[in-house]
Design a protein around this ligand. Sequence first.
Ligand code: CIZ
Ligand code: SF4
Length: 345
Amino acid sequence: SQEELEARVVEVKNKLGSKLFIPGHHYQKDEVIQFADATGDSLKLAQLSAENTEAEFIVFCGVHFMAETADILTNDNQKVILPDMRAGCSMADMADLDQTEKAWEILQEIFGDTILPLTYVNSTAAIKSFVGAHGGASVTSSNAETMVKWAFTQKERILFLPDQHLGRNTAYDLGIGLDEMAVWNPITDKLEYEGDPSKIKVILWKGHCSVHENFTVQNVHDTRSQYPNMTIIVHPECRREVVELSDLAGSTSYIINAIEKAEPGSEWAIGTEMNLVNRLIKNHPDKKIISLNPAMCPCLTMNRIDLPHLVWSLDTLEETKNTIKVAPEIAENAKLALDRMLQNS
Ligand code: CIZ
Ligand code: SF4
């Protein structure tokens, strides 16, 4: 039963004490997040894992790329465990190393050595490693602007992986025109662009988040007509048109802060993952909060981590096959990309 499973988590946590650390991403289910030792976005959780040198077992309640980042930043005697190996990320899967090497080769032919690669932290360790090896850095949704500015101090152009929307929204906010942005299509190996390629400043990898792409212009119009006083706040993984029509856009922590600071009685429509929206609704009964998409948008892979998987991973810590271990040669260059971000943001 649920009670037995919960009691088991408490028992293991009490027994292991500081040898066990459970980071929980904001998009995790309540049944899991209630046991998290820390909650946060992916980068904060990886950093907290790295600071926590006492923890021998880090049971990462989030998705695969986040556990990889935690492994890269922690030391060798810390074991990072993902409670369900199927907890991937469709966005991270949209850029693999072969595709990226191919793209890089063609882009070098077109533009020469004028491009710096940047990758959203929502990417595999292999992609971070590629970016690190080519002088680039990782970015998160909270430091993307700073990092894109930094990138332009290094090179004339950037290749932004793997989320076209975060890349486009960030570049647009920095005054780069949509006509100065091209899209790299990794399925056709072609640059999608009409016009003179010498104008291109930003090359956007054609990837997206399948959760945040579910928020539409129609959702914005429906919300405006039904609730004229509502403030619409969205994550920059949403499409450009949706961000354009919204009142506010920002990272997960930006959204949480905005709701926490909001006046009682204020009204909000939020465009981000469903577990987080539901938690904000529950924690702020004095505010009227809805999801921007009434059908709600769960992240199916985040939801793979549930209470039974958490209990199972706690019961199999010593013999687990769910250890996330990034190969040293990949970790080394991936860490370069992460370190450049941490130094510059
Ligand atoms: O969309 C995600 O998975 C986000 C916002 C991850 C993160 O960086 O916390
Ligand atoms: Fe990946 Fe989107 Fe899920 Fe985040 S919300 S883990 S980007 S699919």
